[in-house]
Write a protein that binds this ligand. Structure first.
Ligand SMILES: Nc1ncnc2c1ncn2[C@@H]1O[C@H](COP(=O)(O)OP(=O)(O)OP(=O)(O)O)[C@@H](O)[C@H]1O
Ligand SMILES: [Mg+2]
Length: 184
């Protein structure tokens, strides 16, 4: 009689990619760094990545920010994801309000950070952003720009509200439990 193979095949993935996006000041860095520490994934500050790879096409003086072609950036980030995977890394966590432009086929999910408008206004005020820049960012948060774009791009989106540390830590704990089912 032929012996049946009862051994369960391990279908868990070895590498994860998480894109963390959201309006400036909404808490991306806080969440991405925390998650990187918890999961031993590599944290990528996309702002530094842009500078290191000469990906900016100038500086917008009025908005006080770098001018970046988000599609070009996304292609370069996709290469970085592939390299990181080849190097045997555990995973990669991208921190940028443009990270949702990365091909969803290259990511496992996209976290969108959000916070109360009053909180956001306060955070941006502390950074001494101009009135116009604060207004623009508040509008982006009101219209949920990053989340809508991430959905349109085809990402699996998870929203994290960053106002209360206890709350977002609880949400991330649940996420990590879920990740353990999918990743080695
Ligand atoms: N739960 C929280 N409680 C109190 N302060 C917080 C909380 N989360 C974030 N902050 C503060 O809010 C500010 C903005 O957070 P953070 O730098 O993570 O946002 P960001 O989305 O990465 O911003 P940017 O897009 O400009 O990089 C920081 O000063 C951070 O310390
Ligand atoms: Mg940040």
């Amino acid at each position: 009689m032929k012996k049946q193979n009862t051994k369960k095949k391990n279908t868990k993935k070895k590498f994860f990619t998480i894109a963390v996006s959201g309006t400036p000041g909404s808490g991306k860095t806080t969440i991405a760094k925390f998650l990187a520490k918890q999961t031993s994934g590599r944290y990528v500050d996309v702002g530094t990545f842009i500078k290191r790879n000469n990906l900016s096409e100038g500086y917008d003086r009025k908005m006080k920010c770098l001018i970046v072609d988000e599609r070009k950036l996304a292609r370069r980030l996709e290469r970085a994801i592939d390299e990181e995977k080849k190097n045997g890394s555990r995973g990669i966590i991208l921190d940028s309000h443009m990270s949702h432009y990365v091909d969803p086929k290259k990511t496992d999910f996209c976290i969108i950070t959000k916070c109360d408008l009053k909180t956001l206004k306060k955070r941006l005020h502390i950074r001494k952003y101009t009135k116009q820049k604060i207004r623009d960012n508040l509008d982006a948060e009101i219209f949920d720009v990053c989340r809508q774009e991430a959905i349109e791009e085809g990402h699996k989106v998870m929203t994290i509200i960053t106002d209360k540390e206890k709350e977002w830590k609880k949400q991330l704990q649940i996420l990590q439990k879920d990740m353990k089912k999918t990743f080695v």
